[in-house]
Write a protein that binds this ligand. Structure first.
Ligand SMILES: NC(=O)c1ccc[n+]([C@@H]2O[C@H](COP(=O)([O-])OP(=O)(O)OC[C@H]3O[C@@H](n4cnc5c(N)ncnc54)[C@H](OP(=O)(O)O)[C@@H]3O)[C@@H](O)[C@H]2O)c1
Length: 272
């Protein structure tokens, strides 16, 4: 497994997304993924599955130091006391004494960025999270965090896949050496039935989903967190790392329409 080194943590470039999996289904999926060799699990207080993930981790017997766990604070809990409360609840549910990465899940309209990051930084200094970061931050917000507050963010987790251009955010992150963690890396499963990707896959004896994932993971400083509940898909996504795409494949992928944003709640920031 490849890793990205960022702000003192080692982030496995392929992780398991867990949104919309809860209870026993989530626990079984995470146990299966850990058994297959996944060492990066992505969750959030908002997903309502931290307890199931905690149970799967406890049952796995994997050494804590070999495992990367990301969780996130929801955007209604961004006041300093609320961050503390949400963080403590997440750790309790995950049955862990620290997480590896703690993210701001979504920006909120009236958030106080300096106060938020002061609180997050304290959690890092206390050793309760290995690193801090953000999700769904546009360039303007990133500039405030990185250039004004100077917070040591380990990543920006954003929607990124073969059907969505993210050039402005990508360029900004690259210039600041901040990794991009791609969510919805399979365009919520749509990549699996895309004709162009299927044709590329046939050439390499691979699936369209594997082509979509490898396209992401071939990019510098990009990690991806596909959600897969079935063991076959989890294994297929691991196997995607072995695929070798060529220039012709990349050209065909570049020509796909890139305007399919799938996650965009009303309170999202402008994506300039
Ligand atoms: N920070 C944020 O605001 C944010 C927002 C959205 C998502 N996320 C994170 O990103 C993760 C991934 O995003 P997502 O779950 O929305 O979408 P996704 O990973 O792009 O797609 C998941 C879908 O693809 C299917 N799939 C997985 N591997 C496959 C394969 N090899 N072949 C065919 N189909 C395959 C899954 O099916 P099965 O499950 O049936 O196997 C599921 O239906 C989330 O779970 C969450 O952890 C974060």
């Amino acid at each position: 497994m490849d890793y990205l080194q960022t702000q003192g943590i080692r982030l496995p470039r392929l992780g398991l997304g867990t949104y919309r999996m809860q209870g026993d289904i989530c626990r079984a999926a995470v146990e299966s993924a850990l058994g297959l060799g996944y060492r990066h699990i992505d969750t959030a207080e908002m997903y309502g599955n931290e307890e199931a993930i905690g149970a799967a981790i406890a049952a796995s017997g994997i050494k804590r130091g070999d495992l990367h766990v990301t969780t996130k604070v929801w955007n209604e809990n961004l006041a300093p006391d609320a961050i503390r409360g949400a963080f403590d609840a997440s750790l309790r549910k995950l049955k862990l004494d620290h997480v590896d990465l703690y993210l701001v899940h979504w920006p909120a309209k009236n958030m106080n960025l300096p106060a938020m990051f002061e609180t997050l930084l304290k959690l890092k200094q206390e050793g309760r999270t290995g690193a801090i970061g953000v999700a769904n931050f546009n360039v303007a917000l990133l500039k405030s965090v990185v250039e004004e507050i100077k917070a040591p963010i380990a990543c920006n987790q954003i929607e990124y896949h073969v059907m969505l251009d993210q050039t402005p955010v990508r360029k900004y992150l690259a210039a600041k050496s901040i990794p991009l963690v791609a969510y919805c890396p399979l365009a919520q499963g749509r990549a699996a039935s895309d004709e162009t990707l299927m044709a590329i896959g046939r050439k390499h004896n691979a699936s369209a989903a594997q082509v979509a994932l490898k396209w992401l993971l071939d990019q510098d400083s990009v990690a991806a967190i596909p959600k897969a509940s079935r063991a076959e898909s989890q294994q297929a996504n691991l196997d995607a790392l072995k695929l070798a795409l060529d220039d012709q494949d990349r050209k065909a992928i570049a020509s796909l329409p890139k305007n399919r944003r799938l996650v965009n709640p009303g309170f999202a920031p402008a994506w300039d």
